[in-house]
Design a protein around this ligand. Structure first.
Ligand SMILES: C[S@@+](CC[C@H](N)C(=O)[O-])C[C@H]1O[C@@H](n2cnc3c(N)ncnc32)[C@H](O)[C@@H]1O
Length: 371
């Protein structure tokens, strides 16, 4: 079975290592670009998907099965009809009221030239999507907002040169609903303070965290210019934002935001914070090394409510596996490590979801991350 996989270019080696741990025989058939490859595994689609689900995949961002390979003509009318025909012939039809998504991508490849085609991936999506809608399917789009739905019937169409690659899977097996690593994602109409905002929004979608249910008070460390603070505000939080850098003036006007314009270390007498109130959630996007991130999060434990969640970016300028291991080992003294992923909006870093342990029962040797 073949798959198209995407990854951050800096973590390509790590992504392949993850795949090899599932199937030692796996091999790359082609690199389409610095972050997209066609791979082949000896495992059947179902088995491979089960293994992917079981393993703690960190570095592969998106995975799309390929079961049909053919050639396009370059003529939109002919190509869109042929691609639709392939889908109708080879896959079970979309059922009435079933959610589906057409994820077409055209990749010009290594030359970085513009695609030579005089049509876009959108043209294919609209044509095939309209047909499937007319027969009763419910289209589900990821280009207007960041979503992560598990049960959408996905038809992946990837075009490179004059070759097309088509596959079908349920979205949870793609690892990430979004498959846009190879084109700039723009979430139209949304007012952003910084692009970093997408990282938190994606983590909330991916980990299915409903912030509204989590409480009122958030601590945002490494907050400037304020993208994450903005997301927290949108979910109704009062935010203590700590960063020596400037916050966007719009945020400073908001009475729910308090900006501590300093490094967290200079106020990390955790008791100082915790005397006021315990935070319902802590988010941390500081650009410091993995060990410092973990040490600071550990110092802040008393300020977080029992079983409270924290979303933490671990920056990985050096050896990624070592960085993750060192940070999670330290963190695991006070937190359960729930998730570690190089998300779609992460570059040379991973997002981690951690939860404060019940400290009465903390055992010094509890839970260590191993990969
Ligand atoms: C990637 S930016 C954060 C972007 C932010 N999450 C947003 O959405 O706009 C990293 C920030 O970490 C801050 N930082 C680095 N070390 C810090 C420390 N020790 N204490 C507080 N902030 C720190 C930097 O000043 C920088 O603004």
């Amino acid at each position: 079975m073949k798959y198209i996989i995407t990854y951050s270019p800096c973590f390509k080696r790590n992504a392949l290592k993850e795949l090899k741990s599932i199937d030692n025989q796996i091999r790359i058939l082609r690199d389409f670009d610095e972050n997209i490859s066609l791979i082949e595994t000896q495992l059947e689609q179902e088995n491979f998907q089960k293994e992917i689900e079981k393993n703690n995949i960190i570095f592969i961002k998106h995975l799309a099965p390929v079961s049909i390979i053919g050639n396009i003509t370059g003529n939109l009318d002919q190509d869109k009809q042929q691609l639709l025909q392939e889908i109708l012939t080879n896959f079970t039809h979309v059922k009435a009221n079933e959610k589906f998504s057409i994820q077409a991508r055209i990749c010009a490849g290594e030359t970085k030239d513009k695609s030579p085609l005089n049509y876009s991936a959108k043209d294919i999506e609209v044509y095939v999507g309209t047909y499937l809608t007319e027969i009763g399917g419910v289209p589900t789009f990821s280009d207007k907002q960041i979503i992560n739905e598990d049960d959408v019937n996905i038809f992946s169409i990837f075009i490179n040169g004059n070759t097309y690659y088509i596959g079908n899977s349920i979205s949870k097996y793609n690892l990430n609903f979004s498959c846009d690593e190879y084109r700039v994602s723009s979430h139209k109409g949304k007012r952003e303070i910084s692009r970093a905002e997408n990282k938190l929004t994606e983590a909330l979608a991916k980990y299915k965290i409903k912030l509204e249910d989590k409480g009122n008070y958030a601590l945002d460390i490494g907050a400037a210019p304020g993208g994450w603070t903005n997301v927290l505000l949108q979910h109704g939080f009062f935010v203590d934002a700590v960063d020596p850098g400037d916050l966007n003036p719009i945020l400073l006007e908001n009475p729910k935001v308090r900006h501590y314009k300093c490094k967290i270390e200079s106020m990390a007498q955790a008791s100082e914070f915790s005397q006021k109130h315990k935070y319902d959630i802590i988010v941390d996007d500081m650009n410091v090394d993995p060990e410092t991130t973990a040490e600071i999060m550990n110092i802040l434990t008393p300020c977080l409510k029992e079983n409270g969640l924290a979303i933490v970016t671990i920056k990985l300028p050096g050896n990624p596996e070592k960085g993750i291991q060192e940070a999670t080992k330290k963190l695991s003294k006070y937190y359960n490590i729930l998730k570690v992923n190089n998300l779609f909006h992460n570059r040379q870093e991973v997002t981690t979801l951690i939860q404060k342990k019940d400290l009465k029962t903390v055992n010094e040797c509890d839970l260590e991350y191993t990969n």
